[in-house]
Design a binder for this molecule. Structure first.
Ligand code: FAD
Length: 391
């Protein structure tokens, strides 16, 4: 059977079922055909290619973990592998999927009632509706667990939301944004479905980003936004519940980081074979081989780690520190890998047309979102020592 990924040196893909492998191969074909040719230009123009959403939905990667939306039986390893494939071609598209499928549908899947799930998940799984997830705020990034300023005040059967959110992916065009806010009565974090066009809700695109430029991130303001009690996700009633959503998505971001590494590595291998200096391909020199061998080892170690963390998710034994270690480890390896690959391309490494520059820039966002490298490291440190070092 055809190998999915040359950079999968130890053939970890063998843990996927035949159906999953076929789905991953279909995803790869789609990405090569529909996304690869436009990825650099979209990134350069900082525009999102809305026309690809139905195709992504057809592949069954929007909400594959919910009974309402799963198109075939699939494991957390498959969902991670899909994130890798997406990021290998374009991490902005991987992020778009991560937000609508992982964070937004994840919030509804974990915290929503049967009625809410039925109302939103199928249409989101078909890509007809897009979701966003608003946790981060201008004044609360790493400490969203304690520091949220956005408030929710109950008035009868209506909640009034006031505050601001920052960095919210997809929010400029999303049909629904999950807003996390503190209940003014009990100070607990609650989750609300804010529909597009709700009065008092504005989402303004963050311009001049230098990473993941294709993703549309927004600054949100909420001024007296009225949300009916029927649009509150009652299953989310504390930050502990929010952490359940993040645990799964964080592990997927660990997989995304491998995809970014693989995308840059493949371009660097091609370049090293073709580019000649001093009468030989640069790939014939020991120092270049050392960089490529190091990158491949880091990719291989990262896949091993992520396969295991996803298997633990399927087994229901994955804890926060497991996902945190995977995310911290693979993003650190990614940062080194894209830098080595950039170096192999010399000057061409900083120009979009040669296949590494976009990965090099995007890596910085992946390193910091869904918990910075520091925060994920401190979550592991807490598990090791029993001491919480970040408060
Ligand atoms: P800060 O928390 O201000 O941290 C700044 C620095 O201080 C970091 O290096 C951090 O590690 C360090 N630091 C902070 N506290 C400590 C401590 N106690 N000990 C040691 N070091 C510390 N959020 C959403 O809710 N929804 C989204 O869709 C979304 N999408 C995003 C997309 C992109 C491209 C980006 C860049 C961000 C996105 N985010 C989103 C927000 C993201 O999760 C935050 O940027 C991230 O959690 C870090 O928060 P911050 O940027 O405010 O950094």
């Amino acid at each position: 059977r055809p190998a999915l990924l040359d950079a999968d040196f130890y053939s970890f893909q063998d843990v996927l079922t035949p159906v999953e492998r076929e789905a991953a191969a279909r995803l790869r074909d789609f990405l090569e055909r529909e996304i690869r040719p436009i990825a650099d230009d979209q990134w350069d123009r900082a525009e999102f290619p809305h026309q690809v959403i139905p195709g992504l939905a057809e592949l069954g990667i929007l909400g594959p973990m919910w009974p309402e939306t799963a198109r075939f039986t699939n494991s957390a390893v498959f969902r991670g592998w899909a994130a890798l494939e997406l990021a290998r071609v374009d991490c902005s598209i991987a992020t778009f999927v991560g937000v609508t499928s992982g964070l937004a549908m994840g919030s509804i899947g974990i915290g929503g009632s049967t009625e809410q799930r039925a109302a939103w998940l199928p249409a989101m799984g078909r890509g007809e509706l897009v979701g966003a997830f608003g946790l981060t705020e201008p004044l609360a990034g790493s400490d969203t667990a304690r520091g949220l300023r956005t408030t929710a005040t109950r008035r009868g059967d209506t909640w009034i939301l006031d505050g601001a959110k920052r960095w919210i992916g997809n929010a400029t065009f999303a049909d629904v944004t999950v807003i996390m806010a503190k209940d003014t009565a009990d100070d607990r974090v609650k989750a609300f479905l804010v529909r597009k066009g709700t009065p008092g809700f504005t989402a303004t695109k963050i311009e001049r980003k230098q990473a993941l430029r294709t993703v549309q991130n927004a600054d949100i303001t909420l001024t007296g936004v009225a949300v009916p009690e029927s649009d509150r996700l009652a299953g989310i009633d504390s930050f502990r519940d929010v952490a359940k959503i993040l645990r799964a998505t964080r592990a997927n971001v660990a997989w995304q980081a491998i995809g970014v590494s693989v995308g840059a590595y493949e371009a660097a291998v091609r370049y090293a074979r073709e580019r000649e200096q001093f009468g030989k391909p640069i790939g014939a020199y020991q120092l270049v081989q050392n960089k490529l061998a190091g990158a491949l080892a880091d990719i291989t170690a990262s896949i091993a780690l992520c396969v295991r963390v996803s298997q633990m998710q399927d087994a229901g034994v994955q804890r926060d520190e497991h996902a945190a270690m995977a995310k911290a480890f693979t993003t650190a390896r990614m940062r080194e890998t894209v830098a080595r690959c950039r170096e192999i391309l010399g000057g061409n490494g900083i120009q979009l047309d040669h296949g590494v520059a976009r990965y090099f820039a995007d890596a910085e966002a992946v390193y910091s979102y869904e918990g910075t490298h520091d925060m994920n490291t401190l979550i592991v440190g807490r598990a090791i020592t029993g001491h919480q070092a970040f408060v």
